[in-house]
Design a protein around this ligand. Structure first.
Ligand SMILES: Nc1ncnc2c1ncn2[C@@H]1O[C@H](COP(=O)(O)OP(=O)(O)O)[C@@H](O)[C@H]1O
Length: 195
């Protein structure tokens, strides 16, 4: 008998699942870690999950890195993401690969290109890789991807250039998560998010 795993939805989830996305270098893992710590949520740093569980696909010479095997990744995290418990913060520089039902809020971090350039340079990226990622930020690729993949009202674009903004972003996401629990799983309107 196949085991039927119930797939949680925003209506059935006890605590919200939060996706923090954005171009590389915009501050996703720093913020996601802080959100998970402050809320006592589980933190899934996708790039770390992929490395530690050998979820890569073939090697891409041009980008000098392995290509993600999306099916392997989704299989690997689906039990946790489909659980009614919720309370998971996911950090990844992509968002259209995940099932829409997995997330109750999608945060897209933005950063001015000059700052982004410096951050990626200090990370030791090649000029080619820096250029690719800065262009992705200029075109707002991740924001477009998020808006195409999730309901507009759960997608929130946050600036992530200064420590103060990091603080504000942490505070806003935690307020919203608290509101989600009190509202019994209904998503508050976006203005509640923007308080
Ligand atoms: N709001 C912010 N203000 C200042 N520095 C930041 C901010 N967010 C991230 N950073 C810095 O930018 C760098 C990249 O952050 P990181 O979280 O690794 O980005 P990502 O996970 O999106 O690649 C780190 O050195 C981090 O300290």
């Amino acid at each position: 008998m196949a085991q039927i795993i119930s797939m949680a939805t925003p209506e059935t989830r006890h605590k919200p699942n939060i996706l923090i996305t954005g171009s590389p270098g915009t501050g996703k893992s720093t913020l996601a870690q802080q959100v998970a710590e402050k809320l006592g949520f589980e933190f899934i740093e996708i790039s770390k999950e992929v490395r530690e569980n050998n979820l890569q696909g073939e090697f891409d010479e041009q980008y000098n890195c392995h290509v993600l095997d999306e099916d392997k990744l989704l299989d690997h995290i689906s039990d946790r993401m489909d659980s009614d418990d919720g309370g998971i913060v996911v950090d990844y520089h992509g968002c259209d690969l995940f099932p829409e039902r997995w997330f109750d809020v999608v945060v897209v971090l933005r950063c001015a290109t000059e700052k982004l350039y410096d951050r990626l340079q200090s990370r030791g990226y090649s000029e080619f890789k820096i250029k690719e990622n800065v262009e992705c930020e200029i075109f707002g690729t991740l924001l477009e991807e998020a808006k195409e993949s999730y309901k507009e009202e759960i997608v929130h674009e946050l600036q992530s250039e200064t420590p103060d903004q990091m603080e504000e972003n942490l505070d806003r996401i935690c307020k919203w998560a608290a509101a989600f629990k009190n509202s019994g799983g209904q998503e508050p309107q976006s203005d509640e998010m923007d308080q």
